[in-house]
Write a protein that binds this ligand. Structure first.
Ligand SMILES: Cc1cc2nc3c(=O)[nH]c(=O)nc-3n(C[C@H](O)[C@H](O)[C@H](O)COP(=O)(O)O)c2cc1C
Length: 188
């Protein structure tokens, strides 16, 4: 399975640091996943404005194609203005509404305050629910206090939660692999 670990911001580095850790925990459980970190900061983002797809820059076309073709996702988001970054929502606006259907998804997030963890529940999960993704019930929310000055995660509890998230995510991958993405009325 192709698993995309999406660092959904062009600003900041803690979300990327979380992805590096969870990637290791997933690899420990199952080394057969084909995993790739997709870093939004490496792309020159363009706003979805209705032009034909082939008229966006090649980076955007590559990013959207990777997003649509992956079999599962870990999305990492910072909290910006009580929500997800605009660049991440813009990426979702590019996607075919069926692109994430019944695919496994886990979320990791980082905020400047402890209080904004429910942004994941109230703002991010509804978008993924729209896509009918298989979103794991657990997610991991971090804060600056959980990192050292080199952005290494130093909080043992965060590591435990990342391991637990990896464990559940791998099970959701197994479920997704056995679940047809075709609606029942379109089966032969
Ligand atoms: C434009 C902007 C808006 C932000 N809004 C919030 C917010 O509403 N709630 C919050 O907890 N943190 C907020 N933050 C803090 C970011 O979530 C935090 O800086 C980021 O996750 C950490 O990134 P770093 O890797 O640069 O440390 C905001 C940061 C920026 C730049």
């Amino acid at each position: 399975m192709k698993i995309l670990l999406v660092d959904g911001t062009v600003l900041g580095s803690k979300t990327g640091a979380i992805l590096v850790e969870i990637k290791k925990y997933i690899e420990k459980i199952d080394e057969n996943f084909d995993m790739e970190i997709l870093t939004f900061a490496n792309y020159e983002h363009q706003i979805v404005d209705g032009r034909p797809f082939d008229q966006y820059n090649t980076g955007m076309q590559e990013m959207v194609t990777k997003l649509e073709q992956a079999d599962g996702y870990i999305f990492a988001t910072p909290i910006f203005q009580g929500s997800i970054p605009g660049v991440l929502k813009n990426a979702f606006d590019f996607l075919n509404p069926k692109a994430l259907r019944y695919k496994p998804v886990s979320i990791v997030a980082n905020g400047g305050t402890h209080q904004h963890h429910l942004v994941v529940e109230n703002q991010f999960k509804p978008i993924l629910d729209y896509f009918r993704a298989l979103v794991t019930p657990n997610y991991v929310y971090t804060h600056a206090d959980h990192f050292d000055e080199n952005n290494m995660i130093i909080d043992p509890n965060v590591h435990e939660r990342l391991q637990e998230l990896a464990r559940v995510f791998v099970k959701y991958c197994e479920l997704s692999a056995t679940l047809s993405k075709t609606p029942i009325d379109q089966h032969e």
